[in-house]
Design a protein around this ligand. Sequence first.
Ligand code: KG4
Length: 327
Amino acid sequence: MKDIYTLGIESSCDETAVAIVKNGREIISNIINTQIPIHTLYGGVVPEIASRNHIQNISEVAKMAICEAKLTFQDIDVVACTYGPGLVGALLVGLSYGKALSYAINKPLVGTNHIEGHIAANYITYKDLKPPFICVMMSGGNTQIVYVKDYTHFEVLGKTKDDAIGEAFDKVARVIELGYPGGPKIDSLAKDGKPTIELPKTHMEGLDFSFSGIKTAVINLHHKNPQINKADLCKSFEKTVAEMLIENVKKAVAITGVKTVALAGGVSANSYIRDEFMKLAGETKIYMPDLKLCTDNAAMIASAGYYNYIAGKVSDLTLNAEPDLKL
Ligand code: KG4
């Protein structure tokens, strides 16, 4: 069979990224221009600034991806582009570029769901991984337990009722003055801490989550006792959220009988959470993306786009951005 080169485009938040992936699994090039240093000045992502920077960067990032792959735009077979969920202005930049490129090179456009992309990051890391599996999707905007039935068929078994887990990491880090983005800062400070502080766990019905209670508890503890050991607080926070995640994943495995579990999304880069999930390895097979594929990138979008293309799911030029797109 002829090789298929998919060019992926990602601009849903603060990364402008373009990648080229062969046959959905092999990265040929993967360029990520992150705006983190710009948004750090404001303590979080400023949507208008993100859109403006995507506009400034997208053409150059795409040219770099083509150049690094030693290909030309004409060699691309499929253009896969994130169209949601995310910030509408930011999404529109990548989507408009993707539509223009698909039209110019006369190749199919595949509108790609950002969450499907995070799940697909596992296909790049593990060439042998095939559905069905359970995916714990945990990012800055989403937290859900997904039953991946096939490459393009998903059932959401449970999700957060309030804050996304990454949002909780970022808000806690901001209040205890660790800076932005909070996840990586909590990850490194927690390495010096002990999980000595008892924090509340929310038990929801079924496989749903709630992270606002623990977030508020950590923030209140810090306000009431500014001298509290921040490393211990971070470690206790990580331990409690990891327990909440693992409890629900065990339930998902029991309900579905599927004993393969994959992690996805920015928070799956967390070293403590990765270690805790690895402890389940044995009867359950555990997969987690390479660290550089956990956070936003376009290789994962190219992979998910490829599987949609193979399934005949292509888009036309009327495709619009969908900020609240669901799986
Ligand atoms: O997947 P992602 O790059 O963007 C979304 O699609 O939302 O996730 C970003 C989130 C942020 O909340 C960030 O703080 C968190 O992932 N994150 C981490 C770590 N690295 C990134 N959280 C905990 N530990 C980390 N090492």
